[in-house]
Design a protein. Sequence first.
Lengths: 162, 136
Amino acid sequence: MRKDGLHDPKSPAIKQLQEPREALSRLPPDTTGNMVRWVQALETGVIQPRPSLKPGVEAEILDRDILLDLKGSMPIILFPHKRHTQWLACANCHDGVFEKQTGATKMSMFQILAGEQCGICHGAVSFPLTECFRCHSVVRPGQVKPAIPPGLPRSHNLPGPP
Amino acid sequence: MLRRCGVVLAGLAALLSIFFIGVPDARAEYGDVVINNYSDASGMRPVVFPHLFHRIRFRCKVCHADIGFKFQAGGNEINMVKIIDGQFCGACHNGEIAWSVENCNLCHSAKPGTKTQVHESTIQKLAQPAAAAKKK
């Protein structure tokens, strides 16, 4: 924490705050971002984050996959509602960031890379935007999975997930 | 004999690589939010919000839907009056759910002068490739 570039090494908090390693190293490891597979951690019960401050409130899960970008040249995007509603409320995205109706919101990587739409979370807290094929995951018929363009920054120079 | 040397060398190389390359480690810095709307001006260290310690305990929606934090670093105009009033951080950091606001230094712990940011975000990395290259 002393050397993370953020914390003031002179701050009295350095001795009191928990080191990230101590809390996060027990969680399922990832190869990028902050090196934790959060969805897996939640689904396997390694962590049990509370869905509300009020007792007895359950998370509202919607188990519906959406396919996006049907006409583009990258593999099709599979958006799993389930994994998103495990963490978020419907109102976090609908209707503000995204319209409820599939295809009604015009999406672009330009906006996403500028920190809008998916980029509000992905690239900031959830897995980074350099992990192209975690979203562009459905290869079109007759298509070969394209290679990640060289020069994209990665947290660690490790091979991505298979 | 030659083959044995090769095996020993390979073993040594593997051992050394552990020291030099390092094992990838769970990191909290990615996603940490620095908030410096008023801190520097008030003579306090800026706030480091460790996003992922919070994610272990609460789902995103608790803060971003129920409590009402916008998804924008520095965009919530949080100040200590609001926190003591039970808004934002004060919804939990009230001595009941989590430790209370007397522990100034636990949040106000960044290097003075650190700008408001989402640390290590993709945008930060793509927007400052020159700075990133210098580090290497």
